[in-house]
Design a protein around this ligand. Sequence first.
Ligand code: SAM
Length: 245
Amino acid sequence: STTHFGFKEIPTDKKVEAVAQVFHSVAAKYDIMNDLMSGGVHRLWKRHTISQSGVRAGNKVLDIAGGTGDLTMQFSRIVGSTGEVVLADINDSMLKVGRNKLENRGIVGNVKYVQANAEALPFPDNTFDCITIAFGLRNVTDKSAALASMYRVLKPGGRLLVLEFSKPESELLSQVYDQYSFRLLPFMGKVIANDAESYRYLAESIRMHPDQETLKGMMEEVGFERTSYQNLTGGIVALHKGYKF
Ligand code: SAM
């Protein structure tokens, strides 16, 4: 299918490779680009996610598609020495940058690093009190398989938080945002990281991602209960929550 601005959706068999290429390519500059492109606002979205997580000392947390570890870093402080945070990511370049960053900041002891695909998580059933996936789900090829896998490894009573780009609430915001993501983002990607292609993929993956209600429905289909979402920044981003009972 062709989307706005004539971009084509990447076929499934090519997508895995394309996503891997994008994140190998952006890993070293990922954090600085995040700050520049969101004007630092991604920090607020992440802080809000932490505040909604209900994570306490002693909990076991999985930060899937954890990348450079922003959420893992905060969770590590909260769960303390009796808890554990697993930062899982499919991409070893991103994992390496994340691990270096956290170790340099002295965040050691209760964090584990695991290379894993969200679609087939390599953990036993009923392992985690909380699972987060921030700006990761849209990169996953089979989102339902990934959600089912997260459901399986959550403990009963545990919760999933999905922080992801979503559908702006107003038509005006939607148009402004389209111009920003399809024109300015690739331009900034080119000028700052010499990589317009990766940032064009970013815009395209945002456009293709299921909207708020669709994602909520997908969570319910694999078993999540008491599902809800909050729009952040006018729906540019949404935080979905669901429980396993
Ligand atoms: N969570 C971090 C954050 O919010 O800054 C990183 C988000 S980054 C935009 C997306 C991450 O998803 C990348 O590190 C990428 O390697 C990872 N990823 C993509 N597909 C994945 C999959 N199928 N399973 C696990 N991680 C995946």
